[in-house]
Structure formats: structure tokens, C-alpha cells
Ligand binder design. Structure first.
Ligand SMILES: *Cc1c(COP(=O)(O)O)cnc(C)c1O
Length: 353
């Protein structure tokens, strides 16, 4: 199955990026953890807070990567950490797409950041809509790509539709496309068996994105994982802001790995609640359709979705209005909450006239 075509990260990367000599701190050059550090103009006496933060964080987050490596079964050299997945998306575009010349491919309806990041970087976006079943249209994707197409973004499970993309479609793209194939697996903890992480070594053009923002319950610390070929990781390390992951985030991430069972417990509870919510919503006459979901949210088609959204908002219940998004007409995206929150939502919907 592996991509047998000659694929070289170094011929894909932008020429100016290839030539960047990265910022190097004195501590990078020293290498050790112990010593008298008079190199970085920090405050040697301490911090104004009770916890000490006076030292710059580890720029390569070695301790956190060691935990992720052991937990996920990948080498630390396969891991890049970003200030949220969004930083990974932005750095990939900046490393591989020449402004005003190259393009990215994305499949709406999907996560908004691929397009926004591309637009900020002056990279053309080619939209190849998902099919009516929210699956990849591989023929249309192939049709849309040319020699300036550098990245295809695939979101699986997809936000906002909630479903997984078919694996043979993804393999088809991985095997035929000569640029990067980024699979955004933000919701993969709900369907771990569908992850493409296990084949990362077989496809040098594969990039997998995962995040601490969803089931780990750590959206506030801003930590995203990017997995890829070590050569690609080296390029991202070269162009990232040197201290992109702060000390607090690194400490909290280490704490998370003290108790990963808690994450599994959350997966179970959220899936139970999803079933409850799905069932409760199905009873309501205003609900037309609930799309199959492999994630922690439901895409729900209903009469007058926008008015329902406004009504819920007036009752201090905030859902995501996707009703004016192409291919999501009359749909709201509803995150699975606690039982109490889900009951409040369904009770309010029952009252809606
Ligand atoms: C929530 C989400 C993310 C997470 O982004 P972070 O920057 O890591 O918080 C990434 N991709 C998709 C599709 C998401 O829904």
C-alpha cells in the first residue's frame, strides 16, 4: 500500500525555508540541564509569583514528547508540538506553500482554520466539497490538484459533520498525491482504531494532527500534536517560534500523563451521553435528521435552525449555528454536555414553538 513514488520532503519545502538557519540559544549550544545559567538575561533570583517561572522553557519539550512517545508508540523524532493544532496547520502552510503561487485543497463543510490559515499566508484554497454523505470525492480531489497543490487537508472524524472518512479513500489520496496529506484527528479518541498514526512510517507524505483540546479536557493550555516523518519535523522545528510551548503548558501536559485512565473514563461517559442526547433529540418533531457521529458532537438538521439557535441563545444555551454554511443548511452543531446540560437543552427545545 505504501507510496512507492519518489517523494522527497526536501524538494517539497519552500526554497527560502530550506535555507533558514534556525535561531540557536546559548542553552541549545550548551546542551546540559545543570549549570550556572547566565546566558539568557533571566531573573536569577526568582519570580514575582509563588511558583517559579523565571527560566525559559525547554524549546523541544523533551519530557512531554517522551510521555507522548511512550503513550502513542511513536518515536519522539516523529512528534512536533504546537500552540494548539492551529499552530501546526499554520507552520505547514508556511513551510511548504509559496505565497501567490501554490495552493491547498480542503473539503467543505469542514474545520475553518485550513482556509483561514491559507488566506492569511496568501495561499490559494481549492474547495472540493464532500459528497452528500459527507465522504471524500476522490475523483474530484484528483481533478482539482496540480503541480502547485502542496497540501490536502482531510478532517476525520470531520467537523462539523462528525463522521469518519472512508479509509480506502484516504489511502487512495496518500498513494496518488505527491504533496502532503494532513489528517486532522482532533476527535480520534472517540474512534482510536481509525487513526492513521500507526502507518506514519510508511508514508513520508502523511501528517497526523491530534490535540489535547477535546477529550483530554485541556483546551485552555493550547497544546496540539503533529506526527510526521522526522525530516518534516526537523523543518517545523527550524521555523517555529523558539519557545512556542510555555512552561505551564508543559507541566500540565506531564501531569495529564500521570492519569491517562481519566481520559478513557471521559471517552466512555461522553459516548454514553451522546447516545442519550441523540435519543432525546430524535423524539422532537422539529428535528429532521441527526447525522451519524464518531465524535463528541452531533450535527442536527432542523426546521428553522437559525431561529432555534437564536431562541436557545436567549435561554443562555449556546450551540454552533452552521445553518448558513454551504452543505450544512438548517443544521446546528451541538456538543455533548453533561446530563444536566443535555436535559436543559432538550427541555428548552421541547418548549420551542
Ligand atoms: C477542535 C479542533 C481542533 C483543535 O484545535 P486546537 O488548536 O488544538 O485547539 C483541530 N481540528 C479540528 C477539526 C477541531 O475541531
Amino acid at each position: 500500500m505504501a507510496n512507492t513514488k519518489a517523494f522527497s520532503i526536501n524538494s517539497l519545502v519552500r526554497e527560502n525555508i530550506r535555507q533558514v538557519v534556525p535561531y540557536s540559544s546559548a542553552r541549545d549550544e550548551y546542551g546540559g540541564d545543570e549549570g550556572i545559567f547566565l546566558d539568557a538575561n533571566e531573573n536569577a533570583f526568582g519570580s514575582v509569583t509563588s511558583t517559579l517561572y523565571n527560566r525559559y522553557p525547554d524549546p523541544y519539550q523533551k519530557a512531554v514528547k517522551a510521555e507522548i512517545s511512550a503513550y502513542k508508540g511513536v518515536m519522539p523524532e516523529n512528534i512536533f508540538l504546537g500552540n494548539g493544532s492551529d499552530e501546526g496547520i499554520d507552520l505547514l502552510i508556511r513551510a511548504f506553500c509559496n505565497p501567490g503561487q501554490d495552493n491547498i485543497i480542503y473539503m467543505p463543510p469542514t474545520y475553518g482554520m485550513y482556509k483561514v490559515s491559507a488566506q492569511i499566508n496568501n495561499i490559494a484554497c481549492r474547495a472540493v466539497p464532500l459528497t452528500a454523505e459527507y465522504q471524500l470525492d476522490t475523483a474530484a480531489i484528483q481533478e482539482a490538484t496540480d503541480e502547485h497543490s502542496k497540501i490536502i487537508f482531510i478532517c476525520s472524524p470531520n467537523n462539523p459533520s462528525g463522521n469518519l472518512m472512508k479509509p480506502d479513500h484516504i489511502y487512495n489520496i496518500l498513494n496518488h498525491f505527491n504533496g502532503l496529506v494532513v489528517i486532522d484527528e482532533a476527535y480520534i479518541d472517540f474512534v482510536p482504531e481509525a487513526s492513521f498514526l500507526p502507518v506514519i512510517a510508511e508514508y513520508p507524505n502523511l501528517v497526523v494532527l491530534q490535540t489535547f483540546s477535546k477529550v483530554w479536557g485541556l483546551a485552555g493550555i493550547r497544546l496540539g500534536m503533529l506526527f510526521a516523518d522526522p525530516e518534516l519535523i526537523r523543518i517545523l522545528n527550524k521555523i517555529k517560534p523558539p519557545y512556542n510551548i510555555n512552561s505551564v503548558t508543559q507541566q500540565v501536559a506531564l501531569e495529564a500523563f500521570q492519569n491517562p485512565e481519566q481520559k478513557q473514563e471521559y471517552v466512555k461517559r461522553i459516548l454514553e451521553e451522546k447516545a442519550w442526547l441523540q435519543n432525546a433529540l430524535q423524539q422532537l418533531s422539529l428535528v429532521e435528521r441527526i447525522y451519524p457521529s464518531d465524535a463528541n458532537f452531533l450535527l442536527v438538521k432542523m426546521h428553522n435552525a437559525h431561529q432555534v439557535y437564536e431562541y436557545l441563545s436567549q435561554h443562555a444555551i449556546v450551540v454552533r449555528d452552521r445553518s448558513n454554511v454551504q452543505y450544512c443548511e438548517d443544521c446546528l452543531r451541538i456538543t455533548v454536555g453533561t446530563r444536566q446540560e443535555n436535559e436543559a437543552l432538550t427541555a428548552a427545545l421541547k418548549q420551542y414553538k
